[in-house]
Design a protein around this ligand. Structure first.
Ligand code: NAD
Length: 243
């Protein structure tokens, strides 16, 4: 049984989908949770629904000042931060490669790649201040693990996260910080289009996943049960990445 009592967790993009599911699981296991989302109402809704102590912070993870602010709010509310699920992300355009717009590309990279970089840096700064170890999980994607002809900015951003996980793990290992990723396959949330979800029928398990199934993997990686797992990218995709 995973136990997060006496742990403070930040979950970004926790207003809905996979982040909300993680926030619920961590809270049910005893963590104090900082619910971060760009959508203020969604963040409040998740925080209000959690069984344990929680605060909601409205922040855009791609903005340095917002990331600093959510961390300050977490420390002010709960005194420390031990766990980070850097999860916020956007799908971006599905245009064919020749038609892609640079501004759209930049926005996807800002949220999906600069956001986790800023979150990772803020986490490590906080661990240094606290003089504690900790654990970070980044939400990558099946799009980090294999190629696809569509959602190219998304795919590029999600491949970039593998560098954040591996570099973070190497940096964090000697100081007691583990950095891992989950790589979800198709999960019905606000982010996944109906077209995309149709492909769920072709994965080995012949269905899409659920936010709770991804959250279970996140909770495992954040927990002491994964105390010797570092720099790992755990696919939660019904076997899709291996075919
Ligand atoms: P979702 O749209 O339900 O949740 C994403 C949340 O992030 C939303 O609440 C949104 O408001 C928030 N958000 C968006 N931009 C933000 C920003 N700049 N700052 C702060 N919050 C922001 O979708 P989801 O599927 O739960 O997505 C969560 C993560 O899972 C994303 O990183 C996504 O890429 C990844 N993922 C999803 C799938 C899938 O099939 N749903 C598959 C692989 C990976």
């Amino acid at each position: 049984m995973i136990d997060f009592r006496d742990r403070v967790a930040v979950v970004t993009g926790a207003g809905s989908g996979i982040g909300a599911a993680t926030a619920h699981l961590l809270s049910a296991a005893g963590a104090d949770v900082v619910v971060v989302d760009i959508d203020a109402c969604a963040a409040e809704r998740t925080a209000d629904d959690l069984p344990g102590r929680a605060i909601a912070v409205t922040a855009d993870v791609s903005r340095e000042e917002d990331v600093d602010r959510y961390l300050e709010a977490a420390v002010e509310a709960f005194g420390a931060v031990h766990l980070h699920h850097l999860n916020a992300g956007i799908a971006g355009p599905a245009d064919p490669l020749p038609d892609l717009d640079v501004a759209d590309f930049d926005r996807v990279l800002a949220v999906n790649l600069r956001g986790p970089f800023l979150g990772l840096r803020a986490a490590f700064r906080q661990y240094r201040r606290q003089d504690t170890g900790g654990a970070v999980v980044i939400t990558a994607s099946i799009a980090s693990l294999r190629g696809s002809h569509d959602l190219l900015p998304y795919q590029i951003s999600k491949h970039g996260l593998l560098g954040a996980v591996r570099g973070g793990a190497m940096y964090g290992g000697p100081i007691g910080v583990r950095v891992n990723a989950v790589a979800p396959g198709l999960v019905p949330t606000g982010l996944a289009s109906d077209d995309l979800l149709q492909r769920g029928r072709t994965v080995p398990q012949r269905r899409t996943g659920t936010p709770d199934e991804v959250a279970n993997a996140v909770a495992y990686l954040l927990s002491d049960a994964a105390s010797y797992v570092n720099g790992e990218v755990l696919a939660v995709d019904g076997g899709a990445a291996s075919v």
